[in-house]
Design a protein around this ligand. Structure first.
Ligand SMILES: *Cc1c(COP(=O)(O)O)cnc(C)c1O
Length: 401
């Protein structure tokens, strides 16, 4: 869709790496440095009292106190907004801080939120355990059931939320249908596109109001920082930014520097991680010890058609079920792989592996796990940028030992 807009305007969008390297940065920086300089200052000085008054009255663009924004952070926000085809981006200390920041901005007592049930468990927990304390009602409906979502909307509904692809089932939301439900009922829409990244899908192009990313994952890309970002129109993000300045969940300068550094190789990493995800998914699908593979790039995936229509690639996350294995036999496979580390998270250069039952749902009842769709024999594999033949051979030895 962006391509259509660009064609109309008679310009060609720069390629991913050109944007990832240069977007949002001044060509000539104050210090003449090529790399964006780190600024560690918590506060920013004024030359005189009159300068303070001018800053306030003329609404000047400059730093004042780091909780309200810093120069390095603004450069990263511009870069992220550019990659996502958004007008503006607000950076946070983590993905969770970003989602909490948005919900606290747009919701009032008595309001309601509807979300698809396959989602990051902490987002679900914030909605069901904490928003409820402020008189906000949250309704979960089955992932990708647009009729159920429409039916759950009441005159008090303010926000429709989904991840796409979802975690860990990798269901892919049909963004046209999702946006149509929101528009028909005049309810704002939020997509957590952490697992997709703009390289694979750009929800704003479909008319989604807010896009959220845990920048801890593919954007940072090196398993070495926590950050989150909300992207959308300047108008919609203005109150979000205001509240961030009060809540204070701002990214720290060192993490922000690592993020902008990591973003330079965004396209290179995404190409490799998409390729690794597909290679691993194909290998697993053909392996007799595997009962089922969840990967939107496979024709067997229930959302393959939607994924093919809307996604440029299918990401580095692959979820699978081990045939006839109980949780201990499944754990033995996790313990036998040699390349991926056993850890939560995804999207970094190092491959990671986990058994969702153990890593995220160990304290849940069997009934809750059934409800969330987390069987005992499920493994989630987050591809890094290692060579795919090595990842495949490693997984083969773990399955066949
Ligand atoms: C990791 C993750 C989050 C939370 O982000 P943090 O940076 O860990 O706070 C939210 N949504 C999805 C889909 C994630 O994978």
């Amino acid at each position: 869709m962006t391509q259509h807009r660009e064609k109309r305007e008679g310009r060609r969008a720069a390629g991913w790496s050109t944007r990832a390297v240069h977007a949002g940065e001044a060509r000539q920086k104050p210090t003449s440095a090529v790399a964006e300089p780190l600024v560690f200052s918590s506060t920013y000085s004024f030359g005189s009292t009159q300068d303070v008054i001018d800053y306030i009255q003329q609404n000047q663009e400059r730093a004042e106190y780091a909780r309200y924004g810093t120069p390095g952070e603004q450069a990263v926000e511009r870069k992220l907004a550019d990659l996502e085809n958004g007008e503006d981006a607000v950076l946070y200390s983590s993905g969770m801080a970003a989602i909490v920041g948005l919900l606290m901005t747009v919701l009032n007592q008595g309001d309601e939120v509807v979300f698809f049930d396959e989602c990051y468990h902490r987002s679900r927990e914030f909605c069901s355990r904490h928003l409820s304390r402020f008189g906000v009602t949250t309704r979960q409906v089955p992932a990708c059931d647009y009729e159920a979502m429409a039916a759950a909307i009441t005159p008090r509904t303010r926000l429709l939320i989904s991840e796409s692809p979802t975690n860990p089932h990798l269901s892919v939301v049909d963004l046209e249908r999702f946006v149509a439900v929101g528009r028909e009922h005049r309810v704002a829409t939020l997509i957590d596109a952490t697992l997709a990244t703009p390289y694979n899908v750009r929800p704003l192009d479909y008319g989604v109001d807010y896009v959220l990313h845990s920048a801890t994952k593919y954007f940072g890309g090196h398993n070495d920082l926590l950050a989150g970002v909300l992207i959308g129109s300047r108008e919609k993000l203005e109150p979000v930014r205001q509240l961030r300045g009060i809540m204070g969940a701002v990214a720290n300068p060192h993490g922000t520097y690592l993020l902008q550094r990591g973003l330079k190789t965004f396209e290179l990493r995404m190409e490799r991680q998409n390729a690794n995800g597909l290679a691993l998914a194909r290998f697993l699908e053909s392996h007799p010890r595997i009962e089922r593979v969840y990967y939107p790039g496979l024709e067997s995936h229930p959302y393959h058609d939607v994924a093919r229509r809307t996604m440029a690639g299918f990401g580095g996350l692959v979820t699978f079920l081990v045939r006839d294995a109980d949780w201990r036999e499944t754990a033995a496979i996790v313990d036998r792989v040699r390349i991926p580390r056993i850890a939560p998270s995804l999207g970094g250069v190092e491959s990671l592996i986990e058994q969702p039952l153990v890593m995220s749902y160990f304290e849940c009842t069997a009934e809750q796990r059934r409800q969330y769709g987390i069987p005992d024999n499920m493994i989630r594999y987050a591809c890094g940028i290692e060579n795919s033949e090595d990842l495949v051979e490693d997984l083969r030895q773990a399955l066949e030992a």
